[in-house]
Design a protein around this ligand. Structure first.
Ligand SMILES: Nc1ncnc2c1ncn2[C@@H]1O[C@H](COP(=O)(O)OP(=O)(O)OP(=O)(O)O)[C@@H](O)[C@H]1O
Length: 311
């Protein structure tokens, strides 16, 4: 559990972070979202003490971070930033192994961990292990950056706009990968973004920052359904609200018996994906499968009714 307790950082006359209190549960993703200058990065950097708080404290599993030497603390906390920050003259394997090497892990254990992570990120170890960062695409470099931050199984992974440099399609895939890998490894992640769409897609909890203050800390569904302030409402965007709500509901909630033509979607896909499938192919229903086995269909009408109910 990560407890942020009345944390404040003042630069001259600016309260970059102003009395923020929140608790993040182990094994969850917390997304900190806000406009430029709202204090997101400063908040994140106080957690691993790249920035020292003016007042307040952070506790990780009950232990205050100020009780530990910053460089030791940082070995327990992964950190991934936009543009990945890979060492250009080291191979992919050596980059991923950076912290395990520092921690003195045995060679075999490091190699097994590097291969495990590359496989998790859908990068064939034999093909990628010995390449240099310049020999990878932007999306692959970003994946190696996240793999490196996860390598030593950190208690906490901090990510600052990790997908900021990626184009929209690769970005969506990177978000899905992160979610899948986080679930698999049970990692605890705090991620900063200015993109509400990303926050809603990734967060178990979303923390909205405005002018250094935490203005709402809730689940994505609560943020969309009941924005605490006009600022949060603006960030969510009224027009997109029904679509955003649909993106949070799995097909399994609306599946019914009956036929449907065309390509099927898995039961855990969202109503938003089913809506897109209906609209792009002119279908009035989409077949649904669970573990590859057909379980029924979701109709366009049912999706529309659900969107109207929630709007
Ligand atoms: N080292 C510093 N010295 C002085 N002021 C700073 C420093 N770092 C940040 N600030 C100020 O603190 C405020 C919050 O900055 P911060 O970088 O945390 O915001 P942010 O929400 O992460 O913004 P962005 O999305 O643009 O990165 C800003 O007004 C910024 O100018």
């Amino acid at each position: 559990m990560i407890e942020i307790d009345t944390l404040t950082k003042t630069f001259g006359d600016t309260d970059a972070v102003d009395g923020v209190t929140m608790t993040a549960e182990t094994g969850t993703i917390t997304v900190i979202v806000g406009t430029s200058g709202s204090g997101k990065t400063t908040l994140l950097r106080m957690i691993n003490r790249l920035e020292e708080p003016t007042s307040g404290e952070v506790r990780i599993n009950g232990k205050p971070t100020h009780a530990e030497k910053p460089h030791l603390l940082r070995r327990r906390i992964g950190y991934a930033i936009q543009g990945h920050g890979l060492f250009p003259h080291h191979t992919v394997a050596r980059n991923i192994a950076a912290v395990p090497l520092l921690l003195g892990w045995k060679k075999d254990k490091i190699r097994a961990r590097v291969d495990e992570l590359l496989t998790l990120f859908s990068m064939e170890p034999a093909a990628f292990r010995d390449r240099y960062p310049a020999e990878l695409s932007g999306g692959q470099q970003q994946r190696v950056g996240v793999a490196r931050a996860l390598a030593s199984r950190p208690e906490l992974l901090l990510m600052d706009e990790p997908f900021g440099a990626l184009d929209p399609i690769i970005r969506a895939r990177a978000q899905d990968d992160l979610r899948r890998i986080q679930r698999r490894l049970g990692s605890t992640i705090m991620l900063v973004t200015h993109d509400m769409e990303e926050a809603i897609r990734l967060g178990d909890k979303v923390a909205v920052m405005d002018g250094g203050r935490l203005v709402q800390y809730d689940s994505p569904a609560e943020i969309i359904a009941e924005p605490a302030t006009d600022f949060v409402r603006d960030m969510v965007g009224d027009v997109e609200r029904p679509l955003r709500l649909l993106s949070l509901v799995p097909l399994s909630e609306l599946v019914e018996n009956g036929p449907a033509e065309g390509e099927a979607l898995p039961a855990e896909a969202s109503l938003r994906e089913a809506l897109a499938a209906c609209l792009s192919t002119g279908r009035s229903a989409v077949p649904v499968t669970r573990d590859g086995v057909p379980v029924g269909r979701v109709t366009f009408d049912a999706i529309r009714n659900r969107a109207e109910l929630q709007a």
